[in-house]
Design a binder for this molecule. Sequence first.
Ligand code: FPP
Length: 241
Amino acid sequence: MSSDQSTPVPNHVALIMDGNGRWAKAQGKKRLQGHEQGVESVQACVKAALAHGVSYLTFYAFSEQNWNRPKLEILGLMSLLEKFIKEVSGRLDEEEIRLIVIGRRQKLPSAIQKELAKLEAKSAKNTKLVVQLALSYGSREEIIDAVKLMADKVAQGTLSSDEIDEETVSQHLYTREVPDPDLLIRTSGEMRLSNFLLWQLSYAELYVTETLWPDFREESFKAALEAFAKRSRRYGKVEED
Ligand code: FPP
């Protein structure tokens, strides 16, 4: 959490973007049109984060479980992702944004993997805002991958099991370069974590809004920050007098 005035601003905001399909249905539109509007909301949140001094954003853009959606919807989401990559590639440096992709990226189409790797390398020096895009992401899968990495090191003798603590585990997750989220926003009213950042969200404040993701724009982001500012974070301790 960071704060330069009296209002605490979350350092890292994670977002579960839900309700694109319901938004489309309510408007008599196709599901993909809901996702298209959802991309606009991603851009709006980036803008709002820059305006309010949030340093890290993590968007749950495509889960491991989303591979089970109809083929046509997956293709549509991948082409939206390609379009998004093209749109932002010029702007990352301009706005000093660093992009990091988390998830089993090897499952993504190879052309997209290449473009994402280029964007990550190109933006690696940017420090104003770090945007993590969770793609083909699942938190249990991430924890399994971390356990495997640590087990290999123990087998090779480069890590002792006695040394493994919270910091060691954090350093083997996909999110190793980024501090844990302070605030989790979930849209469309669902009260679930859906296999998102299960380790990293241990002490995050949860904010669930009925607003559907395509309608979640700057004002909604600001409302979430205002709700966060009113929370009292105790991390398991008692309130101080
Ligand atoms: C959930 O809505 C949303 C998703 C599965 C995908 C989120 C993706 C985007 C916002 C667009 C892609 C993002 C980038 C950065 C290219 P849902 O379809 O589950 O909605 P529903 O629950 O109402 O059906």
